[in-house]
Design a binder for this molecule. Structure first.
Ligand code: IPM
Ligand code: MN
Length: 352
């Protein structure tokens, strides 16, 4: 029997509460699908930083490399200056473990409210493949004459042929494996970002030749946000750069029912991947047992799929759907679910 080593970073705010429910579902599915696992819990986050002055030590990264996967709750603390934990923990793990794909499904489940009128689960079901190690996120650039009236701030987007190609290739493979509408849309800005997206566009159509079964499409990022609201059914898989992917997946989270249900995976197909609910640490709901754990449970399903337990992954997703179909969860929003965080976790676990 397989025995997986799963690193768990509950993190800040409501992170530990949602992770607890995810682990509850993991225990239920491990019994049914017959695999073993071991969890190694790491203390990193805002409180750990305040106590030790350390965000993420080098030794932890070395340990992470030996895991099968990482499961993250949330990072972000109201008393820590914005940027420190994000860069020191979240982005550091993404970059250093070379998790070059950020996979973010936008799927409206039954009984989940969407702000888009007249659209249902059959219309809202696509996946964003966001490049996760390059672009504007690399921190290239700097200041000149900082603090003077002549100040200059430059922040460059770094796009390498290798980085762009591996992301695009993953997206084509994923579209094929997903086997739905078999359509891949490149989301860019070729009319203005004439260097970066020239590289993306050329690479996209070159790689496309190897995938004659996949229909290709292109949309500028601004138009993409428009279509996501007006005709979300046009999308199957969208591939895009780091910054655009960040922005459009918040919009995606909203049309699939909100942060309470949006999950994502930071994937290194050859290495160790990390799965997380997309939402933040929600400090004002901390410890109240009212936060929605479905995003964390969805992230667990993605984790299982990536480590090779696709049947177990499907069982978790089906359990989420059953729990939603039961009508017992009144809303995806914190405090409005009609059930507590733990009760939602129990409900899903009971359907596994
Ligand atoms: C996300 C978040 C992060 C990002 C922040 C917290 C650095 O917004 O996961 O989408 O920009 O990637
Ligand atoms: Mn974001």
């Amino acid at each position: 029997m397989k025995n997986y080593k799963i690193g768990v970073i509950p993190g800040d705010g409501t992170g530990p509460e949602v992770v607890r429910e995810g682990l509850k579902v993991l225990e239920a599915v491990a019994q049914k699908a017959e695999f073993h696992y071991e969890t190694i819990v790491y203390p990193f986050g805002g409180e750990y930083y305040q106590k030790t002055g350390e965000t993420l030590p080098e030794s932890a990264l070395e340990e992470f490399r030996k895991l099968d996967a990482l499961y993250l709750g949330a990072i972000g603390h109201p008393e820590v200056k914005p940027g420190i934990l994000e860069q020191g923990i979240l982005l550091k793990i993404r970059f250093r473990l070379d998790q070059y794909i950020n996979l973010r499904p936008v799927k409206l489940y039954p009984n989940v409210w969407t702000p888009i009128k007249d659209k249902g689960p059959e219309d809202i079901d696509f996946v964003v493949v966001r490049e996760n190690t390059e672009g504007l996120y690399v921190g290239a650039g700097g200041f000149l004459r900082k603090g003077t009236p002549d100040e200059v701030a430059i922040q460059e987007s770094v796009n390498t042929r290798r980085g762009v190609e591996r992301c695009i290739r993953f997206a084509f493979e994923y579209t094929r494996r997903r086997n739905k509408r078999k359509k891949l849309t490149l989301c860019g800005k070729t009319n203005v970002l004439t260097f970066a997206f020239d590289l993306w566009e050329r690479t996209f159509y070159e790689v496309a030749k190897e995938y004659p079964d996949i229909q290709t499409d292109y949309a500028h990022v601004d138009a993409t946000t428009m279509w996501m609201v007006k005709n979300p059914e046009w999308f199957d898989v969208i591939v895009t750069d780091n910054m655009f992917g960040d922005i459009i997946t918040d919009l995606g989270a909203m049309i699939q029912g909100g942060m309470g249900i949006a999950a994502g995976g930071n994937i290194n197909p050859q290495g160790v991947s990390m799965f997380e609910p997309i939402g933040g640490s929600a400090p004002k709901y901390t410890g109240m047992n009212v936060i929605n754990p479905l995003a964390a449970i969805g992230a667990l399903a993605m984790l299982l799929d990536t480590i090779g337990e696709s049947e177990a992954s499907q069982m978790v997703e089906n359990a989420v759907i059953k729990a939603l179909e039961s009508g017992k969860i009144k809303s995806m929003s914190a405090g409005k679910m009609g059930l507590s965080t733990q009760e939602v976790g129990d409900l899903v676990a009971s359907w596994v």
